[in-house]
Every structure is written in structure tokens, then in C-alpha cells.
Design a protein around this ligand. Sequence first.
Ligand code: COA
Length: 480
Amino acid sequence: MALRKKAAKEKAKTAAKKSARKAVKLKAVKKPAAKAAARNGLPRPSPKPWGQAGRALDGVRILDFTHVQSGPTCTQLLAYMGADVIKVERPGVGDITRGQLRDVKGADSLYFTMLNGSKRSITIDSKHPRGKKILDRLVKTCDVLVENFAPGALDRMGLTFEHIHKLNPRMIVASVKGFGPGPYEDCKVYENVAQCAGGSASTTGFRDGPPLVTAAQIGDSGTGLHLALGIVSALYQRLRTGRGQRVLCAMQDGVLNLARVKLRDQQRLQHGPLTEYSQYGEGIPFGKATPRAGNDSGGGQPGWILKCKGWEDDPDAYVYFITQAPVWGAICDLIGKPEWKTDPDFATPPARLPRLRQIFNTIEQWTLTKTKFEVMEICNKLDIPVGPILSMKELAEEPSLRATGTVVEVDHPTRGPYLTVGNPIKLSDSPADVRRSPLLGEHTDEVLRQVLGYSAPEIAEIKASGAITAPDKPAKAEAA
Ligand code: COA
């Protein structure tokens, strides 16, 4: 019996070691070279039915050193795609967001839970000598390290790119920083700082008001999405080169990328006024920089937000209405102005530009007689592009978003069920893996044992060293 136990233990140990060495590799192509070339060096198509050949990033292991929002957005998405994401957190404290904006006493906040789904959590003090050794072992077994510390923090932990690459030349090291190399590279950056520095705030809001930040987290979540693309690109290149590389996404760059149409307009300004901006029609001269344009459409088709039935009591009873040129005739008929179809002041897009306010005021007289959903239904039948202003309440309750897995309800051991945003990117052969966020250190033992191959006595010794447990007086996360 004892012998059998010993043999089983040995087997488990070998399996753990094997799994510790696991990394994404191209399967050796055994077919003749000509045939392999015809398949571009890739394996044969899987004989398994669609959706049953695993997930897109199965076999990719991520050492997740991210916190707050930008980095976690990236690693959560990779986890949804099937990567094994191991989030390293400081013992006793964890990601600062676990305790920020708390709504349920004693439970991880929604801020944390909605950005860290489908991950495992391990606590390691990265400055403890024993903790450093564990991290080195993780570096050897992972494919990607993702971090969004303040500039220099990773190096101060001893995890320089050189050190990482010496341990594991295949590792991809991906970082979010506030700014790229330049005068501000050492600055700490949060969402709204990035929105301001990336050109979004100066071009958002109304002309006669101050710059505005947007609710969509284009600085944090937007940059996290950019980083995820950088990571999968680097993984793909690694299939050919066998080596990892650095991936850097600066939040300023990410915001500017999303605000590129405003840089387009900046250049257009040198050749004359921006005719689709309503200030042009109102005769207000342009300055030297792209102005704020209120709710003007960002494209060449004029649009505006209009009141709908019930707006007096419902702050979201509005619709975005676009006067797209090909359906101008249908719009004129709909709003009871058929004569505008032939009136030279209204018949052509250039003629309409100086009269946009009058046009939208007239259309609003019609939208005020309908709910935003009625406007949507009527206009869509006529091919007129409109968008109802949907509240978060309406989105949370929208059945079609539940059906597609864009809004998902997951259960959590301390806070109960909560809603999260699932994978907005749908892959037909890779079902999304959307699970609840982990408790702080929930998988510490599991990762040490299964991934790193530590024995039970070794784990006990690591615990006693203080490398994975909270210090006597743990720093406090912000209370709710
Ligand atoms: N064990 C021990 N120490 C740990 C640890 C662990 N597991 N995890 C983190 N730490 C330490 C870091 O080493 C660092 O210590 P150091 O400054 O003494 O070297 C410290 O915790 C704090 O890290 P830092 O990133 O500076 O956090 P911060 O709260 O001071 O700053 C940000 C937060 C977001 C402003 C900053 O991280 C940043 O600018 N990040 C890049 C841009 C970004 O992603 N911003 C958007 C966030 S949504």
C-alpha cells in the first residue's frame, strides 16, 4: 500500500514537473516538406466539431502582475480566450481595487470582480528573497508576463527584461505605462489623465464649455485592449522566432489612436473650416486646434442627439439621429417636410450644412412624439441610422446581450451573483470562458503544487518564510 502511494506520488511529481515546463509550441509537422508547405507549416485542421477543439489561447500561461484597470482588462480578455492567467498579488492586500468602491461589506468590490474574472490568484511578496525565487520559477513556466506598475517598479523587484530573458528567452513581457519614452515617461497615470493627455478631453464636450472626460474607459480599458493585441501578435511571431519580446502600450498613445479622427480634423483645418461641425453652419470661426463639437457626428454624415417622448422624466429618453444623404428623401417624408426634397436650401448635403440646427430642431418635433424605441423601429425600416440612448439599467436587463454572453451573471462565494461584461469578441470556434474572479490567494497552494511542482513540505517551508503570507500588520486597502 505504502509502495503504491509512493509510486502515485512520484507520478504526480513528474506530471507536475511536466506541467511546470509546459509552454506553447508548434507541433512538429511529420508530413513531407512539400505538403507541410502547402499547409503553411500549420497542423492539419482539427477533426473535432466546431467549438469542441478547446479555446483559442489554450496552453498559454500568463504571469499576471497587473492591478487597477488597464492591465486587468487585458489579462481578463486573454483568460476569456482560454489562457491560464495567474494573478500575483501582494499577501494580505492584493489588488488595491478589491477594497475600492465596495458595495458589499467584506466582499471584493465590483471594481475588482468585473476586471479579474476567469483568473487564478496567488499571493507572493515579490520583495521577499523566497518570493523572488518563486517568481523566477513562474517566469520559467509562463509564456507572457503582463504588468502595469508605475515606471521602474518591475525593475526594482529584480524582474528586469534581461533577468527574465535569461531565465526564459521565450517570455513575452507586456507593459502598460502612462506615457511612452519622452518627457513624461516617469509619470504615474490614471484614466482621466490619459484621456486629457491623449487628445480626447480637448475634443469632447460643448464648444462653450470646458474639456470633458468620457465615461467609456478609453485610457484604461482601451489601452488594455491594445496590449492584448500586442501580446497575441508577439505570441504569433514567437512561433517563427522562438523568442519573446517586449510589448509596450502607453495610455497616451492608446487614447490618441482612438481619437485619431480628431487628429485628422486638425490637419483638415489647415485647408479650411470643418464644414460638418455645426459651428460652421452657425458662422462661428474656427481657431487653431480641433474644437469640441458637442454631439456632432464624427463622420461626414451630420447627426445630433434629439429628445424623445418622455424626456421630461427620463434622462435617457433621447435618440441619436443621423441625416445620412442617401435617405434624405425618406427623412423629409417622415417628418412632414416633403418640400425639402426639392428646395435648393435643403436638397443637397452642402446646402444643408449651414442649416443643421434648423433641420435637427424640425426632426426633433417629430421624435418628441415617439419613444426612442419607436423612433428606432420606424427609422430602421426606412434605413435611417438612429441609436436609442440606452441606460446602464436597460443594458443590464437586455435579453439579447445575455443571450450572446456579452452580459453574464456569475456567482461569487462572498458577494453572491453579480453581472459582468463577458467577452465582446466572439470567436466561432472558441467559446468564451467567463468565470467569477478569484478570492485573494485562492489558488496559492494549487499553483505552487500543480504549476511549480513544489512538494507539501516545501510549501509548508515557504509559508513559514513569510513569502506568501500577510505580514503581521498588512497595509489596508481603502475601506468602503
Ligand atoms: N509584493 C511586494 N510588493 C509589491 C507587489 C507584491 N506582490 N505588488 C506590487 N508591489 C509594490 C511595487 O513593487 C511597488 O513598490 P515600489 O514603488 O517600492 O517599487 C508598489 O507596490 C506600488 O506599485 P505602483 O505601480 O507604483 O502602484 P501605485 O499605487 O503607486 O500607482 C498607478 C498606481 C496605476 C498610478 C501606477 O501603477 C501606474 O502609473 N501604472 C502604469 C499606468 C497604468 O496602468 N495606469 C492605469 C491604472 S488603471
